[in-house]
Ligand binder design. Structure first.
Ligand code: AMP
Length: 425
């Protein structure tokens, strides 16, 4: 299957070629015909599957054809709402890339920065708006944005949106949308509250479910270090000095914790950047840019800030603190080993975090291998683990045979890979 065979217009085909996209990914192959047919879509898929192009391509396709017939002033005819600034920026960039021969204009709005540049862009006239919910409502309330012309509405990462407490904002938004529109709803998971929300947004949707080729937990080599809270900085410094890696993303639970680690590492001569919600947007973009370009090898991030990070070559994820929501663990380790490349995830666990570990292992249906031989073992916890997992002598490296195995009863959903995802630049 090619984009041409899907019936995509020439200017978009040309742009996709320039991106090096040779064929549609499974979610694109399934969603594009539905969306070209102007039907509503419920997509159950994660970031990393090519979902942005799955919705951006048909929207650009329709809008380009419509604009050939109607040359009036630009109006916001497509609205994409996504939970984080980083995702918003990436989606905006994708629209620019895929739409570069269509003459359609997009802009991105998000909080945490002055609104002047954003309101000027809106004033200049745009066709496609990519926004985070808070700033969008804010600019609507100030009269800078009207949604009465929206024909295409995308709610991206709906589950994350709810986790981040945006539910009321989303409801307010929906109330302002014209009832005649095409709606697209994407979520990685479908708990009941997401199902309920989807009913409020979608008409009679077609459903597309795209499982990752392998579960993240199978794809990524994972290991665990039992270490006391006070020794975590030392262990992190030790690993960053002894392990071989190109880029490491270190997760902390708090913004304050992230800054503290940067300082500790810097004292040991390791330069690292931090990205979290208290940093200015410019500082976040700079740290992310330096990390993506390889200037910075270590980035410390909180979960929310890391949401939009798409670095294909990320070699390692370190969970400096275990997350209390097990799904977050899967999401974090999925930052490495993207697009079916192998990856490595190391996790630190102190006594208090053992209940989190239990939940995580239950969710991924596997035991995480324990590294016993490290300079800062936490003696008090070893007894617990000896009974439950086979110890390992060294952490896994990229390219090692994967450590995680499914339970014999589990059905494998490994599919043969037939396309290559390109690194976002
Ligand atoms: P997404 O799930 O939208 O975040 O996309 C994940 C990555 O896949 C991005 O870096 C895209 O540039 C890339 N990608 C999307 N569609 C294709 C395609 N058809 N062929 C190759 N790479 C793609």
């Amino acid at each position: 299957m090619t984009f041409k065979e899907l019936g995509i217009i020439e200017p978009i085909q040309k742009a996709l070629e320039a991106q090096g996209y040779e064929q549609p990914t499974p979610i694109q192959e399934q969603s594009i015909p539905i969306l070209l047919d102007r039907k509503d879509l419920l997509g159950i898929a994660q970031t990393g599957t090519g979902k942005t192009a799955a919705f951006a391509i048909p929207i650009l396709h329709h809008m380009y054809l419509d604009r050939q017939k109607n040359h009036g002033p630009r109006k916001i005819r497509a609205l994409i709402v996504t939970p984080t600034r980083e995702l918003a920026i990436q989606i905006g960039d994708s629209f620019t890339d895929y739409g570069k021969y269509t003459g359609l204009k997009n802009t991105v709005i998000f909080g945490g920065v002055k609104q002047g540049a954003q309101t000027s862009a809106l004033h200049g006239g745009i066709d496609i708006l990519v926004a985070t919910p808070g700033r969008l409502l804010d600019l609507m309330n100030q009269g800078f944005i009207k949604l009465k012309d929206v024909e295409y509405f995308v709610l991206d990462e709906a589950d994350r949106m709810l986790d981040m407490g945006f539910v009321n904002d989303i409801k307010k938004l929906i109330a302002n949308l014209p009832s005649k529109r095409q709606s697209l709803f994407f979520s990685a998971t479908m708990p009941q509250d997401i199902v309920n929300l989807s009913h409020k947004i979608l008409g009679n949707p077609e459903k597309v479910v795209v499982k990752p080729e392998q579960t993240t937990a199978e794809r990524v080599g994972q290991s665990l270090y039992y270490v006391s809270k006070k020794d975590k900085p030392k262990l992190l410094t030790h690993l960053l000095k002894t392990e071989v890696y190109d880029s490491v993303l270190v997760f902390t639970r708090t913004k304050h914790g992230a800054d503290k680690i940067v300082k500790i590492l810097s004292k040991s001569g390791i330069s690292a950047g931090a990205i979290h919600g208290n940093k200015s947007q410019n500082a976040r973009q700079k740290a992310l840019g330096d990390f993506k370009s390889g200037v910075l090898k270590v980035l410390i991030a909180t979960d929310i800030a890391a949401r939009g990070i798409d670095v294909s070559e990320l070699s390692m994820v370190i969970n400096y603190e275990l997350p209390n929501v097990p799904e977050t663990y899967v999401h974090r380790i999925g930052r490495t080993g993207r697009a079916s490349a192998s990856g490595v995830a190391l996790s630190f666990c102190n006594g208090e975090e053992k209940p989190y570990l239990k939940d995580i292992q239950k969710l991924i249906n596997q035991r995480i291998d324990v590294i016993e031989e490290h300079p800062f073992p936490d003696d008090g916890t070893e007894v617990f683990e000896k009974a439950s997992a086979k110890p390992q002598r060294r952490p896994p490296k990229q390219g090692d045979k994967k450590l995680g195995k499914r339970e014999p009863s589990g059905k494998s959903n490994v599919k043969k890979k037939t396309y290559t995802l390109k690194k976002r630049t």
